[in-house]
Design a protein around this ligand. Structure first.
Ligand code: NAD
Length: 517
């Protein structure tokens, strides 16, 4: 079954004009977005699949120079008192707030997010700036009790160096801001390699940060943007001057980046794929659970790292829950993400839709039954765009296709009898990002959060798997990569720790009572 929404889609030329207006408003010079050259990038919009413009990719020499400038700026920036560094981040937050609408529209045009989610992504940038400004006065070290008389033992935290940020298409700006706001407050400088699928949003953010740096008298090299694909990312990965590589993307990318950074003893922060599940117990408030499930599974067209991909339901409530979920899926409006009332925008590319089709075929071959969705929504005016109805598939078992991340809106449903069985299913995948339990039984909730409960970096009770706040540390375990970004004490990854022992006595006692000389 297909349905047609073609007549309601915007035209590529209108989107191009709107994107250019938004870029200009953010201070991006016109020349910056129409300079395609051999090996350059093509900015596309998933709304129509059409081309917005060509862009020059950074040459190897330009990447080299960008890292050099960031390294030079680091020598100055690290000596600026942290609260003064916070002034730059504060100004960035102000500018992001002033250009909220511009940035959100660019996110929609380039990544396909519906307006409300695009605005939410920009808000996340503003929030992390607020957080980092506060942090700039709270980069605390500990004082420990020395075992030796007349000695003081403490630790200090120092800026680390150049941070190389490699980001994914699905959060084209928020992930950059998590890294950049914290790194700048910590005294680091940043070189950003955004996704080749979302270069325009990065131009806009970089222009605003350049302005914030000028307004606060920060060295221009505190940040650099290098556009390009995998090869450009690899140059950052291999550059020994990049002290920390913070890379967000697929597990495949992490497998390539991890060993290369480790080989040069660089620091690494990996934020990779998820395969997030929700357990719905027999005591759950099903109406509340349904709302959370539908937002987490179908929101952002299933293209969040925290998207709900597996629903593990107690067999006593499976029938009632699925009836409600299927009904709610029937209400989802798929289409132009700029239009009022749309809840599900396009997939990023036709390749993403092909991956979804392949996963659905594999699930059906494994005995899965599609309860709703999965069909393309045909666009007569935009055959290169990929709109799909989010799918719910009941599975007889957690087969290979369920255990891998397909970056599309497919929700696999499994049933269980005991909580042990549910937890075994829950943890029985290679990824470990986000998780939820829906229950009104405190014992079940606590068990889910206990050491033998969810094995994920994020474990929630009675809310969905997606939509984290910036105040907590964000990241996951196992193949998700183990990195933590954003709030809590994630800042420590962006600094180096020095342990300091000061002897203010007249004698020289050795630790552990060792005597020598
Ligand atoms: P991707 O892995 O294709 O690309 C991500 C980035 O890595 C891009 O900038 C790309 O150019 C770069 N890259 C790819 N190979 C590289 C290499 N060998 N060396 C250096 N750079 C390289 O991912 P995507 O399709 O843009 O994003 C979707 C994926 O990202 C999903 O798996 C999703 O779960 C994951 N993701 C994870 C998080 C998280 O916080 N855990 C957040 C967002 C997205």
């Amino acid at each position: 079954m297909t349905s047609d929404i073609g007549s309601s889609l915007p035209r590529t030329e209108d989107l191009r004009r709107r994107a250019q207006e938004r870029l200009s408003a953010c201070g991006v010079r016109p020349g910056a977005w129409d300079g395609a050259r051999d090996g350059g990038l093509t900015a596309r919009t998933p709304l129509t699949g059409g081309t917005l413009c060509g862009l020059p990719a950074a040459s190897p020499q330009e990447v080299e120079a960008a890292v050099g400038e960031a390294a030079e700026a680091f020598a100055v920036w690290r000596m600026r008192p942290a609260p003064a560094r916070g002034a730059l981040v504060k100004r960035l937050g102000e500018l992001l707030g002033e250009h909220r609408e511009d940035l959100a529209e660019l996110v929609t045009i380039e990544a396909g997010k519906i307006r409300s989610e695009a605005l939410g992504e920009v808000q996340e940038m503003i929030d992390i700036c607020d957080f980092a400004v506060g942090l700039s006065r709270q980069l605390y070290g500990r004082t420990m009790a020395s075992e030796r008389p007349g000695h003081r033992l403490s630790e200090s935290w120092h800026p680390l160096g150049v941070v190389g940020v490699i980001s994914a298409f699905n959060f084209p700006v928020a992930v950059w801001s998590w890294n950049t706001a914290i790194a700048l407050a910590c005294g680091d400088t940043v070189v950003w390699k955004p996704s080749e699928q979302t270069p325009l949003t990065s131009l806009a953010c970089a222009a605003l940060l350049t302005r914030a740096a000028a307004d606060t008298d920060a060295p221009a090299g505190v940040h650099r943007l290098v556009l390009g694909g995998r090869e450009t990312g690899e140059r950052l990965v291999d550059d020994a001057r990049v002290a920390l590589v913070s890379a967000t993307g697929s597990v495949r990318m992490g497998r390539e980046v991890g060993p290369r950074v480790a080989a040069r003893f660089g620091r690494l922060l990996l934020e990779l794929g998820g395969n997030n599940a929700a357990v719905v117990t027999s005591s759950a408030d099903l109406d509340l659970a349904v709302r959370a499930i539908v937002f987490s599974a179908a929101g952002t067209a299933g293209q969040r790292c925290t998207t709900l991909r597996r629903l593990i339901v107690h067999e006593d409530v499976a029938g009632a829950l699925l009836e409600k979920v299927v009904h709610a899926y029937g209400q989802l409006r798929v289409g132009d993400p700029l239009a009022e009332g749309t809840l599900v925008g396009p997939l990023i590319s036709c390749a993403a839709r092909e991956a979804m089709d392949e996963a659905l075929a594999a699930a059906q071959a494994d005995g899965g039954k599609v309860l709703t969705g999965g069909e393309p929504v045909l666009q007569t005016e935009a055959p290169q765009a990929a709109y799909v109805r989010p799918a719910v598939v009941r599975m007889p078992a957690q087969t290979a296709v369920v255990r891998r991340e397909t970056f599309a809106p497919i929700l696999y449903v499994l049933t269980y009898r005991t909580l042990d069985e549910a937890l075994a299913l829950h943890n029985g995948v290679p990824q470990g990002l986000s998780s939820s339990i829906f229950t009104r039984d405190q014992r079940e909730a606590e068990r889910f959060l206990a050491a033998d409960g969810s094995d994920c970096g994020i474990a929630n009770v009675n809310i969905g798997t997606s939509g984290a706040e910036i105040g907590g540390a964000f990241g996951g375990e196992k193949e998700t990569g183990g990195g933590r970004e954003s709030g809590s004490d994630a800042w420590r990854a962006y600094m180096r720790r020095a342990t300091n022992t000061v002897n203010y006595s007249d004698s020289l006692p050795l630790a552990q009572g060792v005597s020598f000389l």
